[in-house]
Design a protein around this ligand. Sequence first.
Ligand SMILES: Cc1cc2nc3c(=O)[nH]c(=O)nc-3n(C[C@H](O)[C@H](O)[C@H](O)COP(=O)(O)O)c2cc1C
Ligand code: SF4
Length: 508
Amino acid sequence: MWKPPERIRHEPPEPGWPTREEAESSLLFSPVRVGSATLAERTWVPAMVPWRATETGFVTPDNLAWYERFARGRPGALVVEATGIRDVPSGPLLRIGHDRFVPGLRELVAAVRRASGGRTRLFIQLIDFLSVRRRPEPARYFDRYLRLTDRHRQAVGGGDDREVRAALAALPPEELEAALTPRELEDLRYGYRERVTDLHLPQVRELPEVLPGLFADAAGRAAEAGFDGVELHYAHAYTMASFLSATNTRDDGWGGDLEGRVRLPLEVFRAVRRRVGADFPVGCRYLTQECIPGGSTVGDAEFFGLRFAAEGMDFLSLSRGGKFDDAQQPRVGHAVYPYTGRSGYECMPTAVSDRRGPFGRNVEPTTRVRQGVRDAGLDTPVVVAGGISGFRQAERLLESGAADIVGAARQSLADPDWFRKMRLGRGGEIRRCVYTNYCEGLDQMHKQVTCQLWDREGLDREGLDRVGEAGESIAMAVDGRRRLLAPPWSPAEEAGEETPETGGRGVR
Ligand SMILES: Cc1cc2nc3c(=O)[nH]c(=O)nc-3n(C[C@H](O)[C@H](O)[C@H](O)COP(=O)(O)O)c2cc1C
Ligand code: SF4
């Protein structure tokens, strides 16, 4: 992953863990309304892909255990990983592109309800992505994938196709750069990747016609499975974010200026709303900044936020960066990963950083987006995420009006009980994320995601390698070397913990 050249190591900010009484009177642990749903507290676990579905996209027992584990920490909201809306193979990522996926998702909903005592509201992130292929062996690329044109023939002085391919493969890099188009060079060096601007491809040209229906069908299935709402994935490197992107130069009415770029995301939302009705929360996750040269700015995000809120979205969840455009070159046989460049760093910053550090880089731009929405008289709740792992930090950003809800992905992975520990005045027991991105490295390799800190407990001790302190067996990752789940924690004093279908108290 790209790291800022300054390489300054930062320690997480002083957490300021609250007493139970302080937590009870805090903003963080006060309820908030999200459309027709009420979150019991303003804590939110953003979507994280754990690589635990079947190869065919179904929910597995490992998925159930993963979400159950987060639910035991009883966050206000938990968002299920980016889940594919098409009925096409996409490896061990969850899918919702057909009715046959509904029963498994229904089980997942039931597992979360049970484990959170009904306290956590459960959303699912709906994603569409375009085709990305692995970086090819150069010999194979010239032999099989490159479509020969006159430009290629001229570059090597002619010959039959076999000769032209062989001559191109033998060119030194500078000559190859002149012989191939920039896009062909990218296909060779990074792997083939479709873009929303590839209007010569019928499946790309037709995205505006097909995506509203696909998202609406997926949202309908989410409602049928019992989820409390859906999050439309308009962030990072994927199809909908590419429509919003300043790099979307489509000239067919679905790109170009801000109105053209926001048109499809609004159409998708309208189709989803029509399908699920006004009582089913629908929001989106999108970017405050793309963090790439020529990418969308905070000003663009303010414009989009206003349009989404005015259209009736029930929440706006803001992330940043995470683009393909500046991703590092993958190894041969691997696919390009959108979190390896500078924009990827902005999305999931590590402890080794620049002067600003990794904690709360998205707060200032999120504040601007939220302020724009409020100035227009709209009260749509805004979720902020990115390097948040302390009580004081969270409370301050709620007090200052930066956001209405605090998202914490990696901190919740490091310790899924952390919100509950804070709420019960047991902050001292929290396992704090050290922001090394070991988890993100596993995601990049398409391996089961785990946290490096989990293995420091129990597994280090002789005789506990697969058996916990209470004699229970510990689930291990397929490589047999890592815990598959965070170590268990149960509060001795459950007494007095509400399990509210929260009503009025201080909701805004
Ligand atoms: C392993 C892993 C998987 C992720 N998967 C998703 C995802 O499916 N959808 C999404 O919008 N963001 C995803 N993210 C990004 C997080 O939701 C979050 O925006 C990011 O980690 C920054 O927040 P944090 O500093 O609290 O971790 C993922 C992050 C990690 C570490
Ligand atoms: S592996 Fe654990 S400690 Fe490291 S960044 Fe991920 S969640 Fe944080």
